[in-house]
Design a protein around this ligand. Sequence first.
Ligand code: NAP
Length: 256
Amino acid sequence: MSVSSHDGSPRIALVTGASRGIGRAAAIALAASGAHVVALARTQGGLEELDDEIRALPNADPGGTTLVPMDLRDFAAIDRLGEALYRRWGRLDALVGNAGVLGLLTPLHHLDPKTWDDVMAVNVTANWRLIRSLDPLLRRSAAGRVAFITSGVASRAELRAYWGPYATSKAALDALARTYAAETLNTSNIRVMLINPGPLRTAMRATAMPGEDPATLRKPEELAPKIVEICSPAWSETGKLYDFGADKVLAFRSPA
Ligand code: NAP
């Protein structure tokens, strides 16, 4: 699927957490579809390897990748990023809010406040700060697309013990994304989706489930084409959840 903008120039796609895992696979797939990728993470080496891989793609933007080595807990840097993107392109066509941290799997009453604050900062507040900084740029796109990567733990009926900060943060992310979808529905061309990847073969999953054989899990590269589709101008759903396990777009239901 091609993701060029209406005037034929490459679509500009920001992917957070692009140094490894799902974000890296999404960045490569977006670049392969012709988008110019703005790749954000803390690990400079991971971003440079991503850039090498993207430059080797046959269909990649000759302008390469824009690398943004930064910590999403630096909220002022998120504001500066919005300014920098505005100066360079005047718009943003896609935001993949993927970066996330697991925190610690431990009972709530044992959890240290710093771990709680870090999980909330990366998984929730940074995504709100991205919306705050980037909304004017997304509105300037002919088809602004936003995808946030959530988790099944946010919405499953029986919450798992010990996943407190992560589950709480992803439930908050769900509400954040749906609020933004409602606020943009009638006033812009922006469409906002949540994506539940289900268990995928990444470093985070290996930390959460050390006894699991990674070979039994699907790879992030299998999900990546769907992220490209959700970031494309042709995508029209908003305020909904794409569940990769079921391969279905699900509406959130009101309680009976
Ligand atoms: P991962 O391999 O641990 O990758 C996480 C990414 O987030 C890395 O690129 C990391 O880059 C970035 N990141 C973390 N903290 C950051 C910070 N403070 N500032 C900037 N970037 C930061 O995890 P993953 O499995 O690919 O997860 C990606 C998303 O999918 C997460 O939101 C996760 O909750 C969600 N998810 C994953 C699964 C799964 O089974 N894998 C299931 C459900 C949901 P640096 O360390 O270089 O900063």
